[in-house]
Design a protein around this ligand. Sequence first.
Ligand code: ZN
Length: 203
Amino acid sequence: MKIICVGRNYADHIEELKNEKPTDPVLFLKPDTSILLKKQPFFIPDFSEEVHHEVEVLVKIKKIGKHIDRKFAHKYYDEIGLGIDFTARDLQAKLKEKGLPWEKSKAFDGAAVIGNFLPKETFKSVDDINFSLEKNGEIAQNASTKLMLWKIDELIEYISKYFTLKIGDVIFTGTPAGVAKVNSEDKLKGYIEDKQMFSIKVK
Ligand code: ZN
C-alpha cells in the first residue's frame, strides 16, 4: 500500500505557514514504513527540534483506479478515518529553502498515524465532517472538511491522474490551521465529530 498526502488544502493553514496558495493540489508520498504501529508511542526523531502535529481526514481506497472522474470517485472509497501527518518542520524548512524534496521531514519512521475508520454512510456528506485534535486535553486543531480547497472527490480525480490508486491505499487530505510542536509526554487524541479515532503518547 502507499500513502498519498495532500499539502496546502486549507486556506487558514496556508496563511499560518505563509505559503503561497497553490493552483493545483500539492502531493507527496509516505512509505508504508512511516506508519506508526498500533498502540506504540510516537518517538520524536533525534534529527529534529521541531516536529509538528498535522491532523488530517483519511480516505481508504477500496478499488483499483486510474484517471478517475470526480463523478465516479465516490465508488472508490467507503471508509473515512483520521490520522496525523507528523512533520519535522525545521528540516522541512531547510529542504524547502533549497528547493529539495520534503521526504526526510515527512516520510520518516512513525510519521504517519493512521487511526480508526468509519463507514462513509456515517456521514450525511463527506464534504461536511467535523474533526479535531486534542493535545493534553485541550483543542489544538478543529475544522470541517467543508473548508478544504479541493474536496475528497476532486482529490481522487487529481491524484489518479498521476498515481494508480490501489486497494488499501490511504489518502491524507491535508491539515487545517493550528499545527504546533509536539513535546515529550504530550498526549494526542483525534476525533471525528465526537468519536475518538486515535490516542497517542509522544516520547
Ligand atoms: Zn499534512
